[in-house]
Design a binder for this molecule. Structure first.
Ligand SMILES: [Zn+2]
Length: 226
């Protein structure tokens, strides 16, 4: 108990002395401009590292331990540069389109795109596959760009339904066609590893528009991604 009170005292000090100061200065900036544009990555990493240090101390972890002392900085960097890099518009992929000179007018399917996203309710991974299809209106997209686009929206705290819609919308816009389909099949670790602890279930979300609303086209797509 005695140790705990020392711990919490330190924790308070951290919040008051380091975190609140940093946080309020950022809050001011946020109210002036778009948060995601204005706060640069280095500033974000600094604030998150301080907060994460507080979390670790509240959990009773010894931050003087060699193995742990770099963790707040590591986690903060991982959040900003990797897990949540899709919150920074600078990382939005530039989409280049090519003329569809082969007159290929059937669907193009990009299947089994690896998905690592993060549930915004628990901040734990959503792991799965994304399948995308479109029918060209005269332009085709570089295939790797579809993957990049998926990753951009995945690298945010997400809910699967919104992620599905965001990918579909971005593709419709980039390709200038409504004929787009997106299917996501994913396991949520907040369901698999905690709470209900159901390791066998996955969540499937779909978004069909344009020609993919047609039963035959939809069926063809679903057969191809089986
Ligand atoms: Zn969750």
């Amino acid at each position: 108990m005695k140790n705990n009170s020392v711990l919490y005292k330190n924790f308070d000090e951290i919040f008051l002395d380091e975190i609140e100061t940093d946080y309020s200065s950022i809050s001011e900036k946020v109210s002036q401009e778009d948060e995601r544009v204005f706060i640069n990555d280095d500033e974000k990493i600094k604030v998150i590292a301080n907060h994460f240090k507080g979390i670790m101390q509240a959990l009773g972890l010894d931050l003087n331990d060699d193995s742990l002392k770099g963790t707040p900085q590591r986690v903060a960097k991982m959040y900003v540069k990797e897990f949540f890099s899709g919150l920074n518009p600078v990382n939005e992929p530039k989409i280049t389109l090519f003329e569809n000179k082969y007159q290929y007018n059937k669907m193009v399917v990009e299947k089994d795109i690896t998905l690592y996203s993060y549930c915004e309710h628990h901040f734990v991974p959503i792991i799965g596959k994304v399948h995308v299809a479109y029918i060209s209106k005269g332009k085709v997209i570089g295939l790797s760009k579809i993957n990049r686009l998926v990753q951009y929206y995945a690298k945010r705290p997400q809910v699967q339904e919104r992620l599905t819609n965001q990918i579909a919308k971005a593709l419709r816009k980039a390709l200038g066609t409504e004929d787009v389909a997106v299917v996501i099949d994913a396991v949520h670790l907040c369901v698999a590893s905690r709470g209900i602890k159901d390791t066998g279930s996955s969540t499937i979300t779909v978004q069909y528009s344009g020609k993919f609303i047609n039963e035959e086209t939809k069926h063809e797509f679903l057969e191809l991604i089986k």
